[in-house]
Design a protein around this ligand. Structure first.
Ligand code: ADP
Ligand code: MG
Ligand code: ZN
Length: 634
C-alpha cells in the first residue's frame, strides 16, 4: 500500500509540474500577444483603428495571423495602454494604411499546433490536473485523519479511466486483520453456522493442505438469514479467526454508483483481494446486485453488468491462493440462479433467528459489558423475547443500561432489562398519548377480553403481561403471552385457540359496549392471515385438505401468501377464511359471556393500574368473588 501511494503521489506531482512549465513556455515564446499582463487593453471597433491610422496617431501595430486580431498602441499614450480589435482578413489595404500612418507593424504567426495545444491545455488538461491535485490532496488528508491503516477513501474515482493514475480504486473497505477485532467468541448462539464456517477458517489458514489432497473448497458461501442475526458479524469473525484481511462492500453501494462504475468496482475489488490473498471478500446485501435477471420488464443494465462482472471474477480467481467470498442476504430466493451454481456461492450457511438458548447466550454476551446489580435473570428475558434477533437483544441490553443511567443509577437492575423488552418487542412506552376516559375503558375491556379468552383456551400460552399504556408502535394496549418453552410445531387446536384469542378483544367491546371500534384492526389482520394460512398452507381445512393453495415468497419477511389456485377456488378460500374467523369469534363471545363478571372486575382493575402482570391476572381470575355469583361450571 505504501509503495503504491508514494508512486502515485510522485507521478501526480510530475504531471502538474509539466503542465505548469508547458504553460509558461507557450505563454512566453509563442504567444507574445498574450503577454498583456500589465497592459490595459481597450476593445475598439475596426473603424476606430482605421480612424486612428488616418489621423496618424498609431505608434505600433501587432497583427496575429491566425485570428486576425490587431493590438495597437497610440503615440503619446502611457506605456501599458493598448487597443485591440479584429481586422478583416481580406482587407489587403491594411498594410498600406499602416505604412502610410508611419506606424511600425509586427506580424505574429503562431504555430498552428501549439495553438491548439494551448487551447487544450487551458480548457481541458489544466482543469483536470487541478482536479486531480485536489483529489490527491483530499485523499492524503483523509488518510492522515484516519491513520494510515484506516479505510482507503476514494476521491475522483469517476475519472479513473481518464487519469490512468490509479485513482479509480474500488473503495472497498480494507481492514487489516488485526483491526477486524472479532472472532467466533463474539458470536453467541449460531453454533451450526460457526461449525460450517470453521472449515473456511481452516482453509484460509492452510490452503496448502487442501491443495495437496486435491480438495476443491467452495469459493463462496452465502450467509442466509433475517436482518440482525449476525451475518456481518460472522463474516468478520471468519477473517478474525483466520487472521486474514477483510474486504467488505455492500450490494446497495454498487447500485448507487455511476453508470459503468459497478463493474469496474468489482474488478478492482478482486484485484485488491488477489494481491492480499489469503483474505475474505464480503459482499453484504448481495440481493441488491444479484437479483434474478429475468424479473420484470424494466432491466437495469448497470446492475446486470455488475452482476456479470461478479460472476466472471468468481469464476476467474485462483482459489489456491485462498480467497473466500462470503455474501449475506435475507432473500436467497430472489438471487439469480447463476450466482448459486457450483464454483460460485454453492454453499449456504443458514443464520437463523436465535432460539431460547441462543437468545440467552446473546444476552449474556452483551450484558458482560454492562455493570449490573444482582439478581439478574437473563433467561426470563430470553423467554420473553421470542422472535428477537441478535441485534434486537444487543439493543435491549443497551436500552436497559440507558434506563439505569436515566434513573440516576450506576448499575442496571433486572427491572431495567424487563422494561427494555417492550422497547424491542412493542416500541417504547408513550405516556403522552392521552386517551379519553371512555377510550381507556374500551381499551381495558378489549385487552382483558383477549386475556380471558387466552386463559380459557386449552392450548394457549400463559398471559404474562397486560397493559393499556400506549406504545410508539401505535398500539393502545397489548396483552403479552409467552410460551413456556420454545415451540416449533403448532397443532390445529392451537391455531384455532389463537384465532379465538385474536377475536377476544373485539368480542369484549361488543359484549360490554354494544359497539365496534377501530382498535381491533391489527387483531383482524393477524387473524385473517392466520386463518388463510391454515387453509392455503397448513392443510388444516375440511374443504381443501392437504393441498397447497398458496406460496409465501419469503417467510423471513413475514410476507403474505400469494394464491396459486383457480379464481373459483380463491373465492371459496375467502368464504372458508370468513367461516373460520367467524367461528373463532363466536367461541370468544361464548367464553366472555360465561365470564362476564370477571371481565368487568379485571377490566376495572386494569383500568386503574394500567399495567398488570400475568400473575396478578391469574390470581384475580381464579379468586372467588363473594359479591358475584360463581362462574357456571361447564
Ligand atoms: P446482520 O448482518 O445479520 O444484519 P449484524 O451482524 O450486522 O447482523 O448484527 C448486528 C449486531 O447485532 C452485531 O454487531 C452484534 O452486536 C449483534 N448481534 C447479532 N447477532 C449476534 C450474535 N449471534 N451474537 C452476538 N451479537 C450479535
Ligand atoms: Mg449486516
Ligand atoms: Zn386487540
Amino acid at each position: 500500500m505504501e509503495m503504491d501511494d508514494n508512486k502515485r503521489r510522485r507521478s501526480m506531482i510530475i504531471y502538474v509540474l509539466i503542465a505548469i512549465v508547458v504553460y509558461l513556455v507557450l505563454n512566453t515564446f509563442l504567444f507574445p500577444n498574450m503577454r498583456t499582463g500589465q497592459v490595459q487593453i481597450t476593445d475598439v471597433s475596426y473603424t476606430q483603428l482605421l480612424d486612428d491610422l488616418e489621423e496618424k496617431k498609431v505608434d505600433k501595430v501587432q497583427y496575429t495571423t491566425n485570428d486576425a486580431s490587431v493590438l495597437y498602441t497610440l503615440k503619446g499614450d502611457d506605456e501599458g495602454k493598448a487597443y485591440q480589435t479584429t481586422a478583416m482578413p481580406t482587407d489587403a489595404d491594411l498594410t498600406n494604411r499602416i505604412q502610410d500612418a508611419g506606424a511600425t507593424l509586427d506580424v505574429v504567426v503562431p504555430d498552428e499546433d501549439s495553438g491548439l495545444m494551448m487551447y487544450y491545455l487551458l480548457t481541458f488538461i489544466l482543469p483536470i490536473a487541478v482536479f486531480f491535485l485536489f483529489g490527491w490532496w483530499l485523499n492524503r488528508r483523509m488518510k492522515k485523519a484516519m491513520g494510515d491503516d484506516g479505510p482507503s477513501m476514494n476521491f475522483g474515482g469517476g475519472f479513473g479511466g481518464m487519469g490512468g493514475g490509479g485513482l479509480g480504486k474500488s473503495g472497498a473497505r480494507i481492514v487489516a486483520s488485526k483491526d477486524v477485532g472479532v472472532t467466533f467468541k463474539d458470536v453467541a448462539g449460531q453454533e451450526e453456522a460457526k461449525e460450517s464456517l470453521k472449515e473456511v477458517v481452516d482453509f484460509l489458514e492452510n490452503p496448502k493442505r487442501y491443495e495437496e489432497i486435491g480438495a476443491r473448497l467452495p469459493r463462496g458461501a452465502l450467509l442466509v438469514g433475517p436482518p440482525g442475526t449476525g451475518k456481518t458479524l460472522l463474516a468478520k469473525a471468519v477473517a478474525g479467526e483466520a487472521g486474514v484481511p477483510f474486504f467488505s462492500i455492500s450490494g446497495s453501494e454498487f447500485v448507487e454508483m455511476f453508470v459503468g462504475r459497478g463493474a469496474a468496482k468489482v474488478r478492482d475489488l478482486f484485484k485488491q483481494a488477489n494481491e492480499k490473498a489469503p483474505c475474505i471478500v464480503f459482499i453484504d446485501e448481495i440481493d441488491a446486485v444479484g437479483k434474478r435477471r429475468d424479473q420484470g420488464l424494466s432491466t437495469n443494465d448497470e446492475r446486470e453488468q455488475t452482476l456479470n462482472q461478479l460472476l466472471t471474477e468468481m469464476d476467474g480467481f485462483d482459489n489456491h491462493k485462498g480467497i473466500v467470498v462470503l455474501a449475506a442476504t435475507n432473500r436467497p430466493d430472489s438471487l439469480d440462479p447463476a450466482l448459486l451454481r457450483p464454483g460460485r456461492f454453492d454453499r449456504r450457511v443458514p443464520v437463523e433467528l436465535p432460539d431460547l438458548a441462543g437468545r440467552k447466550a446473546i444476552l449474556e454476551l452483551h450484558a458482560k459489558d454492562v455493570k449490573v446489580q444482582p439478581p439478574i435473570d437473563l433467561s426470563a428475558i430470553a423467554r420473553a423475547t421470542p422472535g428477537a434477533s441478535g441485534a434486537d437483544l444487543a439493543n435491549l441490553i443497551n436500552e436497559g443500561a440507558l434506563r439505569a443511567v436515566r434513573q440516576g443509577r450506576t448499575k442496571a437492575l433486572q427491572e431495567d432489562f424487563e422494561e427494555s423488552v417492550e422497547v424491542v418487542i412493542a416500541g417504547q412506552q408513550r405516556k403522552s398519548t392521552v386517551l379519553s376516559d371512555h377510550e381507556k375503558q374500551v381499551v381495558a375491556y378489549h385487552e382483558i377480553g383477549h386475556a380471558i379468552v387466552a386463559a380459557n383456551m386449552k392450548e394457549g400460552a400463559p398471559v404474562t403481561k397486560i397493559t393499556i399504556v400506549p406504545r410508539t408502535s401505535g398500539a393502545l394496549g397489548y396483552t403479552m403471552q409467552v410460551e413456556e418453552d420454545e415451540r416449533f410445531l403448532t397443532t390445529k387446536q392451537e391455531v384455532l385457540d389463537k384465532l379465538a384469542v385474536y377475536c377476544g378483544g373485539r368480542a369484549a367491546e361488543e359484549l360490554i359496549f354494544g359497539e365496534m371500534t377501530t382498535g381491533a384492526a391489527n387483531d383482524i389482520e393477524q387473524a385473517t392471515k392466520l386463518a388463510r394460512n391454515m387453509i392455503t398452507r397448513f392443510g388444516m381445512s375440511d374443504e381443501f385438505g392437504m393441498m397447497a393453495l398458496g406460496t409465501v415468497q419469503n417467510a423471513y419477511l413475514n410476507q403474505d401468501t400469494s394464491l396459486t389456485c383457480a379464481p373459483g377456488t380463491a373465492e371459496r378460500i375467502d368464504e372458508a377464511v370468513l367461516r373460520t374467523i367467524e367461528h373463532a369469534h363466536q367461541r370468544a363471545l361464548q367464553v366472555l359471556r360465561e365470564n362476564k363478571f370477571k371481565l368487568h372486575e379485571l377490566a376495572r382493575y386494569l383500568y386503574k393500574k394500567e399495567t398488570i402482570t400475568g400473575d396478578e391476572f391469574m390470581t384475580l381470575l381464579k379468586r372467588e368473588n363473594p359479591l358475584m355469583p360463581p362462574k357456571p361450571q361447564a
